[in-house]
Design a protein around this ligand. Structure first.
Ligand code: PLP
Length: 394
């Protein structure tokens, strides 16, 4: 055993010893005993999973479907995911390309375990959800971030900068579009350009598309599945958490080249052996009958976004780009830094729970993130309090 992996008192892996807690959780933990907090820190819809999904799961339980499920997922769910994807994107994905996972998080973990070697490098578009780099650290890969730029017309990615960050040790590019936290959306031409580059270099693309259906100007965001073929080194991660309000269910899926099927299946077995059958039955109905629910929720998010936008227009200290997708407002506080202290101060003294920008990349330490998947009265209550905080710092 090499000593360098265990340089700590506990004798645990160095990578894990040094792994930071998510700064979002750190802010939330600091409010354990605090009452009257208007919470916008976590990324989840404010409504319970719709009844038609819950009843499908109840029926499955009543049928006694409580046994181990196949590692890659129930075939009817894999087929339904194919039908859903092929209808939405006019593709021809087949069940061998689908692995059902225990959440989007688990899908990212299994994908990384399959593709990324210890000591190799991954290039990640920032800002990004903190779990993405954390997964790479757990595996022992090096992470290089390439930052989106906030411009007047919206967030944008410099593709040359992304390509320059890739060297001979780079095994994957990780892109989350629509992006948590910025709401940036990669367009189809950019996807094609990244694919062409990755094909030439033999680099994997891991595309996190969990916000694909929360898109305000179209029915869905552009997906890598529309530009790849079954030979391409592209893995797409999706989940049921966001669009079907199923965060607590822990259900997701991976779309990958068929030749990865058995490897993903092995890793599913050696991690969690897949989601329970009754949860997967809920997933089938969600995909088959969830379109109205998705549309109605997106309308609510758009309304909340416009309330937030109107509010920012009257705030001199806030810089904000209206997002095209997802349900987050990621905004810059001019002349401020140390977002963790900012978020803790806002929480303690003004009773508003926000995520600190540093969670999404060190460059974003003057930013805060607010999840607006919430009711308008709650949003307005939170904004009134935030305004008081802004007055206190001017
Ligand atoms: C970008 C992104 N990917 C993946 C996930 C994972 O979601 P879940 O594990 O609930 O499926 C999240 C959750 O916030 C996310 O923001």
């Amino acid at each position: 055993m090499e000593k360098k992996y265990f340089e700590n008192k506990l004798g645990i892996r160095k990578d894990i010893f040094e792994l930071p807690f998510s700064p979002i959780r750190e802010v939330a933990r600091s409010a354990v005993n605090q009452e009257d907090v208007v919470q916008f820190w976590f990324g989840e819809p404010d409504v319970s999973t719709p009844e038609f999904i819950r009843s499908a799961t109840k029926l499955s339980l009543d049928r006694g479907e409580t046994f181990y499920a196949p590692n890659s997922g129930l075939l009817p769910l894999r087929e339904t995911i194919c039908d859903y994807t092929n209808r939405l994107y006019e593709t021809s994905i087949c069940p061998e390309q689908i692995t059902v996972s225990v959440s989007g998080m688990n899908a990212l973990m299994i994908t990384t375990q399959t593709l990324i070697s210890y000591g190799s490098k991954v290039v990640v578009v920032l800002p990004c959800w903190p779990n993405i780099p954390a997964i790479q650290h757990i595996i022992g890969a090096e992470v290089e971030g390439v930052s989106l730029k906030m411009k007047e017309e919206g967030w944008s990615l410099d593709l040359d900068q992304l390509f320059d960050a890739c060297d001979n040790n780079t095994s994957a590019i990780i892109i989350n579009s629509p992006n948590n936290p910025s709401g940036w959306m990669m367009n189809s031409d950019e996807q094609k350009a990244v694919l062409e580059f990755a094909r030439k270099r033999g680099i994997w693309i891991i595309s996190d598309e969990v916000y694909a259906r929360i898109s305000f100007n179209s029915d869905h965001a552009p997906s890598f599945c529309e530009v790849v073929n079954n030979e391409d080194r592209v893995v797409i991660v999706n989940n049921f958490s966001k669009s079907w309000a199923m965060t607590g269910w822990r259900l997701g899926w991976i779309t990958a080249p068929s030749k990865l099927e058995t490897h993903l299946e092995k890793l599913t077995e050696y991690n969690v052996a897949g989601p329970p059958t009754f949860i997967q039955q809920g997933g089938i109905i969600a995909l088959k009958e969830g379109e109205t629910f998705i549309r109605e929720n997106n309308k609510r998010y758009l309304k909340a976004l416009s309330v937030f936008k109107d509010w920012t227009d009257s705030q001199e200290r806030i810089e904000f780009c209206v997002p095209e997708a997802a349900f987050y407002a990621f905004f810059n506080i001019i002349d401020c830094n140390d977002s963790l202290s900012m978020a803790k101060n806002i929480l303690k003294n003004y009773g508003v729970g926000l995520a600190p920008g540093c969670a999404f990349g060190p460059q974003f330490d003057s930013y805060l993130r607010l999840c607006y998947a919430t009711s308008i009265p709650k949003l307005e209550r939170g904004l009134e309090r935030l305004e008081k905080w802004l007055q206190s710092i001017t």
